[in-house]
Design a protein around this ligand. Sequence first.
Ligand SMILES: C[S@@+](CC[C@H](N)C(=O)[O-])C[C@H]1O[C@@H](n2cnc3c(N)ncnc32)[C@H](O)[C@@H]1O
Length: 391
Amino acid sequence: MPHIAVKDFKEFETPKRVGDFEFLWFAKPLKRAKETLVAVKKGNESFLLEIHKKGEKYIIKSDKITRISPLYVVKEALKTFCDEAKCQVLYDNLSTIKPSHAAKAKDYLKDIEFFINSFPKDKEVWIEVGFGSARHLLYQAQHNPDKLFIGIEIHKPSIEQALKQIALKKLDNVLLIDYDARLFLEFVPSNIVGKIFVHFPVPWNKKPHRRVISKGFIKESERVLKKGGTLELRTDSKAYFDYSLELFLDQKQVDLKVLKNIPNPVSSKYEDRWVRLGKDIYDIKMISSVISQELDTSYPFEFESVEFSTHLVDSFESTPRVYEDFFIHFEKLYQIDESKLLLELSFGSFDRPEHKYILIDKEGARYFPKKPVASGANIKAHKKIEELLNE
Ligand SMILES: C[S@@+](CC[C@H](N)C(=O)[O-])C[C@H]1O[C@@H](n2cnc3c(N)ncnc32)[C@H](O)[C@@H]1O
């Protein structure tokens, strides 16, 4: 991560435009916070820099919640800030951040906002959940150039590896996302997916709530699949197979195909290992037979009745609040000026919490810099946040 260590710096008047960057405001720690934040805007994107006092020096770096890519922009912002704040620089790692690598990776690696705002719909979509070594994903993409492949992974080294392979093979029909597949499906439009592959998912024998296959996942898969499309589970775990089959059969009406030890055109690293060990391989294929309702991702995430009051500061409480299927945690509070606050919070689903800031002033309240994604858990949490900020 790009950072600069400085002996000292001077705050300056905001807002201030310097070259491509506009420095909007400084936010000072008020409750449970230690660092000072600086809001920066470049084009349409805003993000925060964080100034952390460490012994005799300050470390200035990008804030994790609002971090933007490519990192090159953060590096430029840090340099510009330091020039303006007359930083007495001790050391930095900025020379290690190069523009070209980041730009290349960005073409294939997309964030959730990309899919929410402009989900590609010009080709039939095939999805692979937890692609691991990406052997299967890349084989399918090469052999089906008329389909768009979306690979979902949470293991960063696997993503890095796959990005290199995609560039090497010059594939133009693969996009990757670093996201929990169980939540990703919530943002996929209805009836556009031809296949969803879930190959050798982690069985999570001791933590079943972490399994990819669940009642909710099957329901969302059915919604995003086009009529005749398939959700394909392949596993070496008899226990996972039994667990999944029971869930599939829990549906009122379902078209299933079950296979045992039928080879695939390409086998993954895991499959090779299990076959060598003489293990059985099971497939369950669910064929969608419905046309589902269109998805609505346009929830506004606006606050109708929240505005600045000193009561917000006095009543600030940072204990997490846990509800049936979501939570809210007010984490830190910052002061921008005498009637403007910045609240740092996390909320939403337990598996994939949303981390955000809310700006609160006399005119009202709004998420900074972007609204949350419109998942069911986030919508419920948002309504509760509005209630809590009004108490
Ligand atoms: C056992 S590996 C199998 C990899 C690959 N499918 C294969 O057959 O070789 C399971 C993969 O799923 C990924 N994974 C686990 N949970 C996930 C989730 N909720 N969303 C996306 N990927 C997940 C893991 O990071 C891991 O790479």
